[in-house]
Write a protein that binds this ligand. Structure first.
Ligand SMILES: [Zn+2]
Length: 418
């Protein structure tokens, strides 16, 4: 993978952009659009592009060449970052990273500190703790809201609604809000599930160099650190740091129920909490997906569910109907909630959640079947078709309900064209 034509600030806007060439896909443009006030802060650097594309290059097994100098500290950390991903999944190969020479590490010109803020439970929790429990209430000066991560660039309706909500939160807490638009996910999604990339996606935005410290809200609960890999992990996030910008994984070891308790009476969270990843029919929170229902259960257990805006009623039938992906950290979070429901004697909800979790043991079997299927496709149609099919399935994996339908459609098309 080759990154060239890196530009900071174009005639039209404050942005950092580059041309990205990948061997299977050809070339595309990767951009980070920032508010105009940062025109003086951004400069040509390899750092954001290394963070954006390292994991993708590892998945493709390609050397990553970036035509700009990089932070020496970041370059020194890359073997550790790659080892983390390779241990997580050996399909992510250890690769060479080449950059232009000539960068001296320099201290940050910015003294500002920012937190990535999506409006979810983890970022709301981090915002309240960083504001209320640090010696300097104003230590955290900015919130970063990214258009192009969980909210796709073409989903303007959800973006407008979410951005208005985050503006309200920033103003309530006296923080400046920084909107960043990027198409990094559109590029990584072609080959790698976002679940594997969101951490380095955030790192790439942080390394645009606007802030001294950038906080990433942790979703790692108690005793989970050594049980599950995630792409935003306490062992990983700080490795993306340069001498100019430090990345800080914040708020590890707090359970979902504890976080729900901390937010139970928070008027901003009650009004604006946004946890949904599916946004069915354009809903802010659909109230039916596993993330919505898991959050509803945590809020229910702290007696606060009725204060929050979910469009569904929490019933055993709703809980039983959800589909869980086999992602270990989601299973861990769900099991924590299950144990808490059992401890409190909430038998109906606990049984429903237990049934939903067990239902997904068959999901693992389905994945094994899919692997055999991919091998079959490779035999019949060749490696390229298999890779295309695999990338489509990869994108669909986070959503168990869409996956089967998608698989059927792609297979139908493949068989029709044979
Ligand atoms: Zn939802």
């Amino acid at each position: 993978m080759i990154v060239t034509d890196i530009e900071a600030n174009t005639a039209k806007r404050c942005e950092l952009k580059a041309k990205v060439e990948t061997s299977p896909e050809g070339s595309s443009e990767l951009f980070y659009r920032l508010p105009d006030e940062f025109t003086q802060s951004i400069h040509v650097s390899a750092d954001p592009f290394i963070a954006a594309l390292l994991i993708l290059s590892m998945r493709l097994g390609e050397t990553l060449t970036v035509d700009a100098p990089a932070s020496p500290r970041l370059l020194r950390a890359l073997p550790k970052i790659m080892a983390y991903y390779h241990n997580w999944d050996p399909k992510y190969k250890i690769i060479d990273v080449r950059t232009a020479k000539g960068r001296q590490e320099s201290d940050s010109t910015s003294r500002a500190n920012a937190l990535f803020f999506s409006g979810g439970v983890d970022s709301f929790y981090a915002l309240t703790r960083l504001t209320e429990q640090t010696a300097d209430r104003n230590h955290l000066s900015h919130l970063i809201f990214v258009h192009g991560f969980d909210i796709r660039l073409n989903n303007n309706m959800l973006f407008e609604k979410s951005y208005a909500a985050v503006k309200d939160v920033a103003s309530y807490y006296g923080k400046k809000l920084v909107l960043v638009s990027t198409n990094v996910r559109e590029i990584t999604d072609k080959y790698v599930s976002w679940y594997r990339c969101y951490g380095n996606g955030m790192a790439s935005v942080a390394l645009c160099g606007l802030f001294r410290n950038v906080y990433i809200a942790s979703d790692v609960g108690p005793n989970e650190r050594y049980l599950a890999f995630t792409s935003a992990h306490p062992d990983l996030d700080s490795l993306w740091s340069t001498d100019t910008t430090a990345l800080i994984h914040y708020g590890e070891g707090i359970s979902r129920v504890e976080k729900a308790k901390a937010l139970a009476n928070n008027p901003m969270a009650q009004k604006h909490l946004r946890v949904c990843m599916e946004n069915r029919n354009g809903a802010y929170n659909c109230g039916r997906c596993s993330k919505c229902v898991r959050t509803m259960l945590a809020l229910y257990m702290v007696g606060a569910l009725s204060n929050f805006n979910f469009p569904t009623e929490l019933t055993p039938e709703l809980v039983k109907a959800i589909n869980y992906s086999p992602d270990p950290s989601i299973i861990l979070h769900t099991e924590q909630i299950l144990h808490e429901l059992q401890r409190r004697g909430e038998d109906q909800l606990a049984n429903a959640l237990s049934q939903a979790l067990n239902k997904d043991l068959s999901y693992e079997k389905e994945i094994d079947a899919l692997r055999s299927e991919l091998m079959g496709i490779k035999k019949c149609f060749g490696y390229k078709v298999m890779r295309l099919y695999g990338s489509v399935i990869d994108q669909a994996l986070p959503d168990g309900t869409r996956r089967g339908e998608l698989k059927r459609r792609v297979l139908h098309r493949l068989r029709g064209s044979s």
